[in-house]
Design a protein. Structure first.
Length: 277
């Protein structure tokens, strides 16, 4: 679904929500209280500024007795089967974010991955997958990176643990190419990248990754993920705490200049180790 038609469909979602809400006599605040979001969020859903999470759409269906209408619409609009269901909504939000800030403890973030690196990651998690399946996943990951090439690209900041640079995903040649790509992204001023070195020791997020997103006309979100599930949060108190944690990560990371030098040196180390053809 093209972005224009997708937005029009979300606008229909919002207008239908408003029509049915008003038909039942609920104010935005009353409906919001019953589906565990604020009245302001209901207003943003109705204006197609913000997209509801699946569980919110389901609760709206129950309360408005809409026979699954909003859940079906949600599935139709968040329809990219190349991504896990819990991550599809995050991909949708990436397209409208004005700022994305990520922390990666062990893996190059998807928006910065090369095809070779993405292929190695996919194969490691799916050793019996068909070539077609692997290439579909790789293509989907590379497609996401287009948001960083658009004229309206978000401000992008990544904090990587040194693990990300050292784990030889796909072998030395693949890692050399991946780290060289990171260098190019930084030198083109597409992203700011910092590295938390081993010497930094303990840091504020020892237990996992974190992604923060900000938007022009909607509240910020925080997203965390494990191998089998993800959690997208827009509760202001939780997001504020996540933002504070990210500030602590940046504080212990190397400067952007020192980080770039470390990435370049590590890329060169892998290049020297790569087999020659």
């Amino acid at each position: 679904m093209a972005n224009g038609s997708r937005q029009a469909a979300w606008e229909f979602f919002g207008s239908e929500l408003k029509r049915r809400r008003e038909g039942t006599g609920f104010t935005q605040a009353e409906l919001g209280a019953r589906v565990f979001v604020s009245g302001g969020y209901i207003g943003q859903f109705e204006q197609a500024i913000r997209k509801p999470q699946l569980d919110v759409a389901q609760r709206i269906d129950t309360l408005l007795r809409s026979d699954g209408f909003f859940e079906r619409m949600w599935h139709k609009l968040i329809d990219d089967k190349r991504y896990a269901g819990y991550f599809a909504a995050v991909v949708e939000l990436e397209r409208t974010a004005t700022k994305i800030a990520e922390f990666a403890p062990a893996l190059v973030p998807g928006l910065l991955q090369t095809a070779g690196y993405a292929r190695a990651v996919t194969l490691a998690a799916n050793p019996f997958a068909t070539d077609a399946y692997v290439e579909e996943k790789v293509t989907a990951r590379l497609d996401r990176a287009h948001v960083l090439a658009d004229a309206t690209r978000p401000m992008y900041w990544a904090v990587l643990h040194e693990n990300v640079l050292r784990i030889p995903v796909g072998g030395a040649a693949t890692m050399s190419g991946q780290l060289s790509h990171l260098v190019g992204v930084v030198r083109e001023r597409t992203a700011v990248v910092q590295v938390i070195s081993y010497a930094a020791g303990a840091h504020a997020l020892m237990t996992g990754d974190l992604r923060l997103m900000e938007f022009e006309d909607a509240p910020p979100t925080a997203y965390t993920e494990t191998s089998f599930s993800g959690t997208l949060v827009d509760d202001p108190a939780v997001v504020k705490r996540a933002q504070h944690t990210y500030d602590l990560l940046r504080a212990v990371a190397l400067s952007p200049e020192a980080s770039l030098a470390l990435i370049e040196a590590t890329a060169e180390d892998f290049r020297r180790c790569a087999p020659t053809t």
